[in-house]
Design a protein around this ligand. Sequence first.
Ligand SMILES: [Zn+2]
Length: 91
Amino acid sequence: MDVFPGTFTTYYGRGCDECRGTGYRGRTGIFEFMAVDGEMRRLILENVSSDVIRQKAVSKGMRVLRDCGWDKVRQGITTIEEVLRVSQEGM
Ligand SMILES: [Zn+2]
């Protein structure tokens, strides 16, 4: 899957005294939501490993946390580095 289709501009805060040079101000949230249908419920009840459950959810179209972060990068709200910092690979 192409994480960054097309081209877009990323933004970095210059940093100042108020943000102690970080260039970040405030916080934003990134989220993922797993829909539980009959098949997902069965996997959960069968105590299948969370990796398997996660892969199944993704195959059913679940958008993972990091993808939500990439949206915020595209919107200029945060940076690639910050999304990488707060979300795990493959998540
Ligand atoms: Zn600042």
